[in-house]
Design a protein around this ligand. Sequence first.
Ligand SMILES: C=C(CC[C@@H](C)[C@H]1CC[C@H]2C3=CC[C@H]4[C@H](C)[C@@H](O)CC[C@]4(C)[C@H]3CC[C@]12C)C(C)C
Ligand code: SAM
Length: 354
Amino acid sequence: MFWGAMGALGAGAYYVLVLAGAAERKGKRAVDLGGGSITREQVRSSYQKYASFFEKPKQIEAKDNVPNFVDTFYNLVTDIYEWGWGQSFHFSPAVPGKSHKESTRLHEERVVDLLGVKPGQKVLDVGCGVGGPMRAIAAYSQAHVTGITINDYQVARARSHNKKAGLDNLCEVVCGNFLFMPFENNSFDGAYSIEATCHAPELKDVYAEVFRVLKPGHLYVTYEWVTTPLFRADNAEHVECIHGIEHGDALPGLRSYKQVGEIAKEVGFKVLEDRDLALPPAKPWWIRLKMGRLAYYRNHLVIALLSFLGIAPKGVVDVHEMLFKTADHLTRGGETGIFSPMHLLVLQKPEEGL
Ligand SMILES: C=C(CC[C@@H](C)[C@H]1CC[C@H]2C3=CC[C@H]4[C@H](C)[C@@H](O)CC[C@]4(C)[C@H]3CC[C@]12C)C(C)C
Ligand SMILES: C[S@@+](CC[C@H](N)C(=O)[O-])C[C@H]1O[C@@H](n2cnc3c(N)ncnc32)[C@H](O)[C@@H]1O
Protein backbone atom coordinates (compact mmCIF):
# COMPACT_ATOMS: atom_id res chain seq x y z
CA MET A 1 0.00 0.00 0.00
CA PHE A 2 2.76 2.42 1.08
CA TRP A 3 4.96 1.58 -1.92
CA GLY A 4 1.94 1.83 -4.23
CA ALA A 5 1.21 5.32 -2.94
CA MET A 6 4.89 6.30 -3.26
CA GLY A 7 4.96 4.98 -6.84
CA ALA A 8 1.88 6.97 -7.77
CA LEU A 9 3.40 10.09 -6.16
CA GLY A 10 6.66 9.58 -8.06
CA ALA A 11 4.82 9.13 -11.36
CA GLY A 12 2.77 12.26 -10.63
CA ALA A 13 5.90 14.29 -9.81
CA TYR A 14 7.61 13.00 -13.00
CA TYR A 15 4.59 14.06 -15.06
CA VAL A 16 4.40 17.51 -13.49
CA LEU A 17 8.13 18.28 -13.49
CA VAL A 18 9.33 16.63 -16.66
CA LEU A 19 6.42 16.24 -19.05
CA ALA A 20 3.79 18.79 -18.14
CA GLY A 21 3.42 22.03 -19.98
CA ALA A 22 5.49 21.20 -23.03
CA ALA A 23 3.69 23.01 -25.83
CA GLU A 24 4.95 20.48 -28.35
CA ARG A 25 5.53 16.76 -27.81
CA LYS A 26 9.28 17.04 -28.22
CA GLY A 27 9.45 20.50 -26.68
CA LYS A 28 11.36 21.85 -23.71
CA ARG A 29 10.84 20.16 -20.36
CA ALA A 30 10.22 21.98 -17.10
CA VAL A 31 13.46 20.60 -15.60
CA ASP A 32 15.45 22.23 -18.43
CA LEU A 33 14.25 25.78 -17.75
CA GLY A 34 17.19 28.15 -17.36
CA GLY A 35 18.37 31.65 -18.11
CA GLY A 36 19.61 31.22 -21.68
CA SER A 37 23.23 32.37 -21.89
CA ILE A 38 23.07 33.86 -18.37
CA THR A 39 24.62 31.72 -15.60
CA ARG A 40 22.23 30.22 -13.02
CA GLU A 41 23.60 32.55 -10.34
CA GLN A 42 22.89 35.66 -12.42
CA VAL A 43 19.28 34.99 -13.44
CA ARG A 44 17.73 36.80 -10.49
CA SER A 45 20.00 39.87 -10.69
CA SER A 46 19.54 40.05 -14.48
CA TYR A 47 15.79 40.01 -14.01
CA GLN A 48 16.07 42.78 -11.39
CA LYS A 49 18.18 44.81 -13.81
CA TYR A 50 15.60 44.23 -16.56
CA ALA A 51 12.72 45.31 -14.29
CA SER A 52 14.59 48.40 -13.08
CA PHE A 53 14.83 49.60 -16.69
CA PHE A 54 11.16 50.49 -16.50
CA GLU A 55 11.61 52.42 -13.28
CA LYS A 56 14.11 54.71 -15.02
CA PRO A 57 12.51 55.81 -18.30
CA LYS A 58 15.69 57.76 -19.14
CA GLN A 59 17.46 54.43 -19.74
CA ILE A 60 14.90 53.37 -22.32
CA GLU A 61 15.19 56.75 -23.98
CA ALA A 62 18.92 56.11 -24.43
CA LYS A 63 18.42 54.05 -27.54
CA ASP A 64 21.90 52.50 -27.51
CA ASN A 65 20.92 50.56 -24.37
CA VAL A 66 17.92 48.89 -25.98
CA PRO A 67 19.49 45.95 -27.92
CA ASN A 68 21.38 44.93 -24.77
CA PHE A 69 18.24 45.06 -22.68
CA VAL A 70 16.31 43.06 -25.32
CA ASP A 71 19.11 40.46 -25.35
CA THR A 72 18.83 40.10 -21.54
CA PHE A 73 15.05 39.74 -21.86
CA TYR A 74 15.40 36.87 -24.35
CA ASN A 75 17.95 35.10 -22.16
CA LEU A 76 15.34 35.19 -19.42
CA VAL A 77 12.24 34.19 -21.41
CA THR A 78 13.34 31.94 -24.29
CA ASP A 79 13.11 28.64 -22.37
CA ILE A 80 9.74 29.57 -20.83
CA TYR A 81 8.37 30.59 -24.25
CA GLU A 82 9.48 27.30 -25.83
CA TRP A 83 8.15 25.28 -22.90
CA GLY A 84 4.77 26.98 -22.68
CA TRP A 85 4.12 28.18 -26.25
CA GLY A 86 6.32 26.40 -28.80
CA GLN A 87 9.02 27.38 -31.28
CA SER A 88 7.12 30.24 -32.95
CA PHE A 89 7.24 33.32 -30.73
CA HIS A 90 4.22 35.15 -32.11
CA PHE A 91 0.41 35.23 -32.20
CA SER A 92 -1.92 34.12 -35.01
CA PRO A 93 -5.62 34.65 -35.68
CA ALA A 94 -7.58 31.61 -34.48
CA VAL A 95 -8.79 29.51 -37.43
CA PRO A 96 -12.07 27.60 -36.87
CA GLY A 97 -11.50 23.85 -36.88
CA LYS A 98 -7.70 24.19 -36.79
CA SER A 99 -5.34 23.61 -33.87
CA HIS A 100 -3.08 26.40 -32.52
CA LYS A 101 -0.18 24.75 -34.30
CA GLU A 102 -1.99 24.73 -37.65
CA SER A 103 -3.19 28.35 -37.24
CA THR A 104 0.39 29.36 -36.46
CA ARG A 105 1.69 27.63 -39.58
CA LEU A 106 -0.97 29.27 -41.79
CA HIS A 107 -0.05 32.71 -40.43
CA GLU A 108 3.59 31.97 -41.30
CA GLU A 109 2.86 30.56 -44.77
CA ARG A 110 0.88 33.71 -45.58
CA VAL A 111 4.26 35.51 -45.57
CA VAL A 112 5.47 33.29 -48.44
CA ASP A 113 2.28 33.89 -50.44
CA LEU A 114 2.64 37.66 -49.95
CA LEU A 115 6.35 37.71 -50.81
CA GLY A 116 5.89 35.42 -53.80
CA VAL A 117 9.34 33.88 -53.28
CA LYS A 118 10.41 30.93 -55.38
CA PRO A 119 12.49 27.81 -54.59
CA GLY A 120 16.19 28.61 -54.38
CA GLN A 121 15.72 32.35 -53.75
CA LYS A 122 17.28 34.07 -50.70
CA VAL A 123 14.99 35.35 -47.94
CA LEU A 124 15.86 37.26 -44.76
CA ASP A 125 14.08 36.67 -41.40
CA VAL A 126 14.55 39.84 -39.34
CA GLY A 127 14.44 38.84 -35.62
CA CYS A 128 14.10 35.08 -36.06
CA GLY A 129 13.79 33.80 -32.46
CA VAL A 130 14.43 30.04 -32.28
CA GLY A 131 13.29 29.71 -35.89
CA GLY A 132 9.73 28.31 -35.80
CA PRO A 133 8.59 30.61 -38.66
CA MET A 134 11.85 30.17 -40.55
CA ARG A 135 11.41 26.39 -40.75
CA ALA A 136 7.76 26.62 -41.80
CA ILE A 137 8.62 29.23 -44.45
CA ALA A 138 11.62 27.32 -45.83
CA ALA A 139 9.65 24.06 -45.97
CA TYR A 140 6.67 25.71 -47.70
CA SER A 141 8.64 27.82 -50.21
CA GLN A 142 11.85 25.77 -50.65
CA ALA A 143 13.61 29.17 -50.52
CA HIS A 144 16.85 29.62 -48.54
CA VAL A 145 16.15 31.53 -45.30
CA THR A 146 18.75 33.45 -43.28
CA GLY A 147 17.59 34.50 -39.81
CA ILE A 148 19.17 37.11 -37.58
CA THR A 149 18.66 37.46 -33.82
CA ILE A 150 20.49 39.51 -31.19
CA ASN A 151 20.42 36.60 -28.72
CA ASP A 152 23.17 33.98 -28.99
CA TYR A 153 21.20 31.42 -26.94
CA GLN A 154 18.43 31.60 -29.56
CA VAL A 155 21.01 31.10 -32.32
CA ALA A 156 22.10 27.82 -30.70
CA ARG A 157 18.50 26.70 -30.17
CA ALA A 158 17.49 27.60 -33.74
CA ARG A 159 20.49 25.78 -35.26
CA SER A 160 19.75 22.68 -33.23
CA HIS A 161 16.03 22.74 -34.22
CA ASN A 162 16.95 23.28 -37.90
CA LYS A 163 19.20 20.25 -37.82
CA LYS A 164 16.63 18.07 -36.07
CA ALA A 165 13.99 19.12 -38.62
CA GLY A 166 16.36 18.24 -41.49
CA LEU A 167 16.15 21.84 -42.72
CA ASP A 168 19.70 23.00 -42.03
CA ASN A 169 20.38 22.94 -45.80
CA LEU A 170 17.71 25.66 -46.25
CA CYS A 171 17.97 27.57 -42.95
CA GLU A 172 20.91 29.57 -41.63
CA VAL A 173 21.07 31.62 -38.42
CA VAL A 174 23.29 34.59 -37.66
CA CYS A 175 23.81 36.35 -34.31
CA GLY A 176 23.65 40.11 -34.81
CA ASN A 177 21.83 43.38 -34.43
CA PHE A 178 19.14 44.05 -37.03
CA LEU A 179 20.01 47.74 -36.81
CA PHE A 180 23.46 47.01 -38.32
CA MET A 181 23.14 43.81 -40.34
CA PRO A 182 26.24 41.96 -41.55
CA PHE A 183 24.85 41.53 -45.09
CA GLU A 184 25.74 43.04 -48.47
CA ASN A 185 23.58 45.73 -50.10
CA ASN A 186 20.91 44.37 -52.51
CA SER A 187 21.52 40.75 -51.51
CA PHE A 188 18.05 39.30 -50.65
CA ASP A 189 15.10 38.36 -52.91
CA GLY A 190 12.66 38.92 -50.03
CA ALA A 191 12.58 39.82 -46.34
CA TYR A 192 10.09 39.46 -43.52
CA SER A 193 9.79 40.17 -39.81
CA ILE A 194 7.24 38.59 -37.49
CA GLU A 195 6.56 40.51 -34.28
CA ALA A 196 10.21 41.50 -33.91
CA THR A 197 10.78 45.08 -35.11
CA CYS A 198 8.68 46.35 -32.17
CA HIS A 199 11.94 45.94 -30.19
CA ALA A 200 13.75 48.56 -32.30
CA PRO A 201 14.19 51.87 -30.49
CA GLU A 202 13.63 53.65 -33.84
CA LEU A 203 11.58 51.76 -36.43
CA LYS A 204 13.14 53.77 -39.27
CA ASP A 205 16.59 52.37 -38.42
CA VAL A 206 15.57 48.73 -38.88
CA TYR A 207 13.43 49.50 -41.96
CA ALA A 208 16.40 51.36 -43.50
CA GLU A 209 18.62 48.31 -42.92
CA VAL A 210 16.09 45.98 -44.56
CA PHE A 211 15.79 48.46 -47.46
CA ARG A 212 19.58 48.41 -47.89
CA VAL A 213 19.96 44.60 -48.06
CA LEU A 214 16.86 43.95 -50.23
CA LYS A 215 17.25 43.76 -54.03
CA PRO A 216 15.49 46.59 -55.93
CA GLY A 217 11.93 45.68 -56.93
CA HIS A 218 11.68 43.03 -54.18
CA LEU A 219 9.33 42.83 -51.18
CA TYR A 220 9.46 43.11 -47.40
CA VAL A 221 6.51 41.75 -45.36
CA THR A 222 6.20 42.70 -41.70
CA TYR A 223 3.75 41.89 -38.88
CA GLU A 224 3.93 44.87 -36.51
CA TRP A 225 2.86 45.39 -32.87
CA VAL A 226 0.84 48.63 -32.79
CA THR A 227 -1.82 50.59 -30.96
CA THR A 228 -5.00 50.72 -33.07
CA PRO A 229 -7.43 53.58 -33.89
CA LEU A 230 -9.39 52.58 -30.73
CA PHE A 231 -6.51 53.53 -28.41
CA ARG A 232 -7.04 56.80 -26.50
CA ALA A 233 -4.00 58.43 -24.93
CA ASP A 234 -6.31 60.26 -22.46
CA ASN A 235 -7.87 57.00 -21.19
CA ALA A 236 -5.97 55.87 -18.06
CA GLU A 237 -6.99 52.21 -18.50
CA HIS A 238 -5.73 52.17 -22.08
CA VAL A 239 -2.44 53.73 -21.04
CA GLU A 240 -1.98 51.28 -18.14
CA CYS A 241 -2.67 48.33 -20.46
CA ILE A 242 -0.17 49.48 -23.11
CA HIS A 243 2.50 50.17 -20.44
CA GLY A 244 1.90 46.64 -19.11
CA ILE A 245 2.49 45.23 -22.59
CA GLU A 246 5.68 47.26 -23.01
CA HIS A 247 7.02 46.19 -19.63
CA GLY A 248 6.32 42.45 -20.05
CA ASP A 249 7.61 42.30 -23.63
CA ALA A 250 10.79 44.41 -23.63
CA LEU A 251 9.43 47.19 -25.80
CA PRO A 252 11.01 50.64 -25.90
CA GLY A 253 7.58 52.15 -26.76
CA LEU A 254 4.70 50.88 -28.92
CA ARG A 255 3.99 52.74 -32.16
CA SER A 256 0.57 53.55 -33.57
CA TYR A 257 -0.94 51.83 -36.63
CA LYS A 258 -0.55 55.12 -38.54
CA GLN A 259 3.13 55.59 -37.81
CA VAL A 260 4.39 52.26 -39.19
CA GLY A 261 3.33 52.86 -42.82
CA GLU A 262 4.53 56.48 -42.68
CA ILE A 263 7.96 55.41 -41.43
CA ALA A 264 8.21 52.81 -44.22
CA LYS A 265 7.52 55.54 -46.80
CA GLU A 266 10.09 57.88 -45.22
CA VAL A 267 12.72 55.18 -45.66
CA GLY A 268 11.89 54.88 -49.39
CA PHE A 269 9.57 51.86 -49.51
CA LYS A 270 6.43 51.80 -51.65
CA VAL A 271 3.56 50.66 -49.39
CA LEU A 272 1.53 47.94 -51.19
CA GLU A 273 -0.59 46.88 -48.18
CA ASP A 274 -1.17 48.50 -44.79
CA ARG A 275 -3.90 46.78 -42.73
CA ASP A 276 -4.63 45.02 -39.46
CA LEU A 277 -4.85 41.23 -39.83
CA ALA A 278 -6.58 41.04 -36.41
CA LEU A 279 -9.75 42.77 -37.63
CA PRO A 280 -12.89 40.69 -38.35
CA PRO A 281 -13.55 38.39 -40.13
CA ALA A 282 -10.28 37.20 -38.49
CA LYS A 283 -11.00 35.32 -35.25
CA PRO A 284 -9.39 36.56 -32.01
CA TRP A 285 -5.63 36.00 -31.72
CA TRP A 286 -5.81 36.35 -27.89
CA ILE A 287 -8.10 33.32 -27.38
CA ARG A 288 -5.14 30.95 -27.07
CA LEU A 289 -3.55 33.20 -24.45
CA LYS A 290 -6.78 33.46 -22.48
CA MET A 291 -7.55 29.74 -22.69
CA GLY A 292 -4.14 28.91 -21.24
CA ARG A 293 -4.81 30.66 -17.92
CA LEU A 294 -5.33 27.46 -15.90
CA ALA A 295 -2.16 25.95 -17.34
CA TYR A 296 -0.23 29.09 -16.31
CA TYR A 297 -1.25 28.56 -12.65
CA ARG A 298 -0.02 24.97 -12.92
CA ASN A 299 3.19 26.19 -14.59
CA HIS A 300 3.70 28.64 -11.75
CA LEU A 301 3.47 25.82 -9.18
CA VAL A 302 5.87 23.64 -11.20
CA ILE A 303 8.42 26.46 -11.48
CA ALA A 304 8.12 27.41 -7.80
CA LEU A 305 8.71 23.75 -6.82
CA LEU A 306 11.68 23.37 -9.19
CA SER A 307 13.18 26.57 -7.90
CA PHE A 308 12.65 25.49 -4.26
CA LEU A 309 14.38 22.15 -5.05
CA GLY A 310 17.31 24.05 -6.58
CA ILE A 311 16.65 22.58 -10.06
CA ALA A 312 15.47 25.80 -11.72
CA PRO A 313 17.60 28.90 -11.08
CA LYS A 314 16.32 31.41 -8.56
CA GLY A 315 14.70 34.27 -10.45
CA VAL A 316 12.81 32.07 -12.94
CA VAL A 317 9.77 32.41 -10.67
CA ASP A 318 9.94 36.22 -11.00
CA VAL A 319 10.29 36.01 -14.77
CA HIS A 320 7.29 33.68 -14.94
CA GLU A 321 5.26 36.03 -12.77
CA MET A 322 6.08 38.90 -15.14
CA LEU A 323 4.88 36.80 -18.11
CA PHE A 324 1.75 35.86 -16.21
CA LYS A 325 0.92 39.56 -15.86
CA THR A 326 1.78 40.35 -19.44
CA ALA A 327 -0.61 37.61 -20.61
CA ASP A 328 -3.39 39.59 -18.89
CA HIS A 329 -2.33 42.91 -20.42
CA LEU A 330 -2.11 41.38 -23.89
CA THR A 331 -5.53 39.74 -23.53
CA ARG A 332 -7.04 43.06 -22.42
CA GLY A 333 -5.34 44.80 -25.33
CA GLY A 334 -6.95 42.26 -27.68
CA GLU A 335 -10.39 42.28 -26.09
CA THR A 336 -10.65 46.08 -26.01
CA GLY A 337 -9.25 46.24 -29.55
CA ILE A 338 -6.70 48.94 -28.61
CA PHE A 339 -3.69 46.77 -29.53
CA SER A 340 -2.77 44.50 -32.45
CA PRO A 341 0.30 42.26 -32.79
CA MET A 342 -0.33 41.70 -36.51
CA HIS A 343 -0.58 44.95 -38.37
CA LEU A 344 0.51 43.93 -41.88
CA LEU A 345 2.76 45.99 -44.13
CA VAL A 346 3.75 44.75 -47.58
CA LEU A 347 6.57 47.00 -48.76
CA GLN A 348 8.44 47.19 -52.05
CA LYS A 349 11.90 48.58 -52.62
CA PRO A 350 11.52 50.56 -55.88
CA GLU A 351 13.48 49.48 -58.96
CA GLU A 352 16.67 51.50 -59.38
CA GLY A 353 16.21 54.77 -61.22
CA LEU A 354 12.49 55.00 -60.40
C1 LIG B 1 6.25 38.97 -29.92
C2 LIG B 1 6.53 38.83 -28.64
C3 LIG B 1 6.17 37.57 -27.89
C4 LIG B 1 4.74 37.13 -28.14
C5 LIG B 1 4.35 35.83 -27.43
C6 LIG B 1 5.05 34.64 -28.09
C7 LIG B 1 4.61 35.87 -25.90
C8 LIG B 1 3.94 37.08 -25.24
C9 LIG B 1 3.56 36.67 -23.82
C10 LIG B 1 4.14 35.29 -23.66
C11 LIG B 1 3.62 34.38 -22.60
C12 LIG B 1 2.80 34.81 -21.60
C13 LIG B 1 2.35 33.95 -20.50
C14 LIG B 1 3.27 32.74 -20.29
C15 LIG B 1 2.75 31.78 -19.22
C16 LIG B 1 2.56 32.51 -17.90
C17 LIG B 1 3.69 30.62 -19.05
O1 LIG B 1 3.19 29.71 -18.06
C18 LIG B 1 3.90 29.86 -20.35
C19 LIG B 1 4.41 30.80 -21.43
C20 LIG B 1 3.49 32.01 -21.64
C21 LIG B 1 2.17 31.53 -22.26
C22 LIG B 1 4.24 33.03 -22.58
C23 LIG B 1 4.46 32.42 -23.96
C24 LIG B 1 4.93 33.41 -25.02
C25 LIG B 1 4.04 34.67 -25.07
C26 LIG B 1 2.61 34.33 -25.46
C27 LIG B 1 7.11 40.02 -27.90
C28 LIG B 1 8.05 39.74 -26.79
C29 LIG B 1 7.49 41.18 -28.74
C1 SAM C 1 9.10 37.93 -30.27
S1 SAM C 1 10.52 37.32 -30.98
C2 SAM C 1 9.89 36.80 -32.57
C3 SAM C 1 10.77 35.75 -33.16
C4 SAM C 1 10.29 35.16 -34.47
N1 SAM C 1 10.03 36.19 -35.46
C5 SAM C 1 9.08 34.30 -34.24
O1 SAM C 1 7.98 34.76 -34.63
O2 SAM C 1 9.22 33.21 -33.69
C6 SAM C 1 11.48 38.77 -31.41
C7 SAM C 1 12.84 38.47 -31.97
O3 SAM C 1 13.46 39.69 -32.37
C8 SAM C 1 14.84 39.61 -32.00
N2 SAM C 1 15.40 40.96 -31.85
C9 SAM C 1 14.96 41.98 -31.08
N3 SAM C 1 15.77 43.05 -31.20
C10 SAM C 1 16.76 42.69 -32.07
C11 SAM C 1 17.87 43.36 -32.62
N4 SAM C 1 18.20 44.62 -32.29
N5 SAM C 1 18.65 42.69 -33.51
C12 SAM C 1 18.36 41.41 -33.86
N6 SAM C 1 17.32 40.72 -33.36
C13 SAM C 1 16.51 41.36 -32.48
C14 SAM C 1 14.83 38.85 -30.70
O4 SAM C 1 16.11 38.38 -30.38
C15 SAM C 1 13.81 37.75 -31.03
O5 SAM C 1 14.46 36.74 -31.71
